[in-house]
Design a protein around this ligand. Structure first.
Ligand SMILES: [Zn+2]
Length: 332
């Protein structure tokens, strides 16, 4: 892995300077609601927090979190938001604060709300995009992909016009890895750790040391009902991934959705409790041969029904967990 990275660094240095010198803004539809970028107290680490809920015209697709770390040797970005326009806005925010090159972009996983901004970075920076091996499933649009790339793009062209349009394209990663890689840059250590398949097939987290700041991606969603309704969701792995987050003992955690927190335990508790709650309800049904509709309708959802994304995600999540538990019964 180390060798692979060294090769990448050389390749990066040899890339022609693209349109960096161009001062003219590209043809991405302007945002009417600009992004706001905050700073981790006392650190050269910045982040943007998306609106709760699902991507739509009212939030202009700005529903996920993204962030970046500035070092004397360049910038490392973690996720790039859900439209090229938002990616461009994030890039402009970086440019406002530093003229250092953007060296790496880490994609927490390949879902539209986190990666459509890659287009702006690909066209206007030399950043190397890093993701987990299974992110390749996304661009190849295999049947097992967590979300089908082409179908999703069609949906977003409608739901997020004009910010996603016919010029919007999915940018694949430049390098991928299986379990873990470490990047050392400008006196900081960036540990990229695979945490999937959990929320998607390609989840990764990024721990920034010595700052103790963790970019957790979508396995941590603070105060929002996560999306779990896909073939590749494994709540068993997801719960293990949350244990790994705790073991890293971060001082500050930036989740994939929802607010950042200086209390890692509390930040992960919401996602963990939700998964455990749905699993408990569905495992009782599976054990007693109760069909899904009956199980779903007789479960008390009052604890979660007022959280963002409940309407769009909860029933599908419960069904997916029902299937996962049913399948695991037969594996015994
Ligand atoms: Zn997401």
């Amino acid at each position: 892995m180390k060798k692979l990275l060294r090769v990448t660094v050389v390749a990066w240095a040899m890339l022609p300077l693209p349109l960096l010198a161009q001062s003219k803004a590209p043809d991405y539809a302007p945002l009417t609601r600009p992004i706001t970028v905050d700073q981790v107290p006392g650190k050269d680490i910045f982040y943007s927090i998306g609106s709760p809920g699902i991507p739509g015209k009212e939030n202009e697709g700005n529903t996920s979190n993204a962030g970046y770390v500035v070092t004397p040797e360049g910038v490392v970005v973690f996720d790039v938001l859900g439209t090229p326009s938002l990616g461009w806005a994030l890039l402009q925010d970086i440019r406002k604060r530093t003229d250092k090159d953007i060296r790496y972009i880490v994609a927490s996983h390949y879902h539209a709300d986190h990666i459509y901004g890659l287009q702006a970075f690909r066209d206007h920076s030399r950043a190397v995009i890093i993701a987990q091996d299974h992110s390749g499933d996304y661009s190849e649009n295999k049947e097992t992909a967590d979300e089908r790339a082409e179908v999703r793009l069609e949906q977003r062209r409608e739901a997020l016009a004009p910010w996603v349009d016919e010029h919007t394209r999915v940018i694949p990663p430049d390098i991928t890895f299986a379990d873990k890689i470490t990047i050392t840059l400008g006196g900081k250590r960036f540990s990229l750790i695979s945490a999937g398949p959990a929320h998607s097939s390609s989840d990764i987290m990024m721990m920034v040391e010595p700052d103790g700041v963790l970019f957790a991606g979508d396995i941590v969603q603070n105060g929002r009902i996560p999306f779990m309704n896909s073939d590749d969701v494994s709540t068993t792995h997801w719960l293990q991934g949350l244990d790994e987050v705790l073991a890293l003992n971060p001082k500050y955690i930036i989740p994939g959705h929802g607010n950042p927190s200086a209390a890692a335990k509390e930040a992960i508790a919401f996602t963990r409790d939700y998964i455990l709650y749905v699993r408990k309800a569905m495992s009782e049904a599976v054990a007693n041969w109760v069909d899904f509709d009956t199980a779903y309708n007789s479960t008390d959802w009052s604890k979660y029904k007022d959280y963002p994304a409940f309407e769009s995600n909860n029933r599908g999540n419960a069904y997916r967990i029902f299937l996962e538990l049913e399948a695991s019964q037969f594996k015994k």
